[in-house]
Design a protein around this ligand. Structure first.
Ligand code: GTP
Ligand code: MG
Length: 354
């Protein structure tokens, strides 16, 4: 929705200074920012290895315009803005859960369930349009009685019926054939969603808006990350030392942004592995289920092509043995081959042919 705090959060996350003003549709063009993923394990590894530099892995955030009822038909900033959602891997849906008479709500009152329903309806309507266009094409192809064409047409009909009933494409069962074809359509409701509840300073507990959002998210199996954008904006201004004092004062353990980033990681099924050497200690991101060569490919395509093996130490072993040499001595260094599926926190050294 417009004016719920998306750009305020974006600024806090990215330390950018995009306009975040108290009027709906303040944001028109999407803002893009790259954010380091906070990971205390990097500091632990760096303390052992004492590398020349430490490089975190990153997540890219896109702050888009608000949508309103009728966006899919061109209301508000219209259809074009739905297209900005097509380019992302996952949606962090910011929902207003704070009361503030001075901050305009486009519907006139704070109502998370209604806001979420409006947005989800717009996304579904946009998808129905896309599916209808695909169906028109599929109907033509199906005339030739080609097996795949017929199957695809039936899939589209089924998807259409279920989206029409309010079931997001992402929640619908799909086999590999369907998943592949559906991906090509770039449907909006196929994307994983988490909710970011923008609450007031004292709105983390006993907040009926937050409770309402949690209830509907639970029904969708979606995660809710409560943050206060106003506080996050303040925290982002502070240097590291002041920040932890400020958080302690508020009774918080960490900035909400860290929770958003980690929730995003979980939502996308991502995991982190590390490389550690005298030049750099670095965190990398892969999709859960990635094999060792695929992980190597994140660093360099040559590493994947010429992959021989990965000398692998789990993060816990690496720390317990105080580094690679210790882990090797203790028999905690594993030689993993092409089939190895990377685990969260693996410290990896790739051997490859050039
Ligand atoms: N009281 C309060 N005000 C907030 C909070 N977060 C954002 N605001 C205010 O809400 C107004 C809108 O914030 P933006 O971040 O521009 O909202 P947006 O969702 O990006 O809005 P559009 O770009 O118009 O879609 C600004 O005046 C913010 O200062 C919050 O946590 N508490
Ligand atoms: Mg904005």
């Amino acid at each position: 929705m417009p004016n719920v705090g998306k750009s305020t959060l974006f600024n806090a996350l990215t330390r950018a200074r995009v306009a975040a003003e108290n009027y709906p549709f303040c944001t028109i063009d999407p803002n893009v920012g790259i954010v380091p993923v906070p990971d205390p394990r990097l500091d632990m590894l760096a303390a052992i290895v004492k590398p020349a530099r430490v490089v975190p892995t990153t997540v890219e955030f896109v702050d888009i315009a608000g949508l309103v009822a009728g966006s899919s038909q061109g209301e508000g900033l219209g259809n074009q803005f739905l297209s900005h959602i097509r380019e992302v891997d996952a949606i962090a849906h910011v929902v207003r859960c704070f009361e503030d008479e001075d901050v305009v709500h486009v519907s006139g009152r704070v109502d998370p369930a209604s806001d979420v329903a409006i947005i989800n309806t717009e996304l579904a309507l946009a998808d129905l349009e896309t599916v209808d266009r695909a169906l028109a094409r599929a109907d033509k192809s199906a005339k030739a009685n080609d097996r795949d064409a017929l199957r695809w047409r039936d899939t589209l009909r089924r998807i259409r019926a279920r989206v029409d009933q309010g079931e997001p494409v992402g929640a619908q069962p799909q086999d590999d054939f369907e998943r592949q074809r559906i991906r090509e359509l770039q449907l909006l409701t196929a994307r994983p969603v988490m909710y970011v509840a923008n609450v007031g300073e004292s709105g983390f507990a006993g907040n009926p808006h937050l409770d309402a959002l949690r209830k509907l998210a639970a029904a969708e199996n979606a995660e809710v990350v409560p943050v206060c954008a106003a506080i996050e904006a303040e925290i982002a201004q502070l240097d590291a030392a002041d920040r932890s004092a400020f958080l302690t004062d508020l009774g918080l353990e960490e900035p909400g942004l860290d929770r958003i980033i980690r929730a995003g990681y979980r939502l996308l099924g991502l995991l982190t592995f590390f490389t550690a050497g005298p030049k750099e200690v670095r965190a990398w991101t892969v999709k859960g289920g990635a094999t060792a060569p695929q992980a190597a490919g994140v660093i360099h395509t040559d590493f994947e092509r010429g992959f021989i093996r990965a000398e692998t130490i789990s993060y816990d072993d690496y720390v317990a043995c105080q580094g690679e040499a210790g882990a090797r001595e203790a028999g905690r260094l594993r030689l993993e081959g092409k089939e190895y599926v990377v685990r969260e926190g693996d410290v990896m050294h790739f051997r490859f042919n050039v």
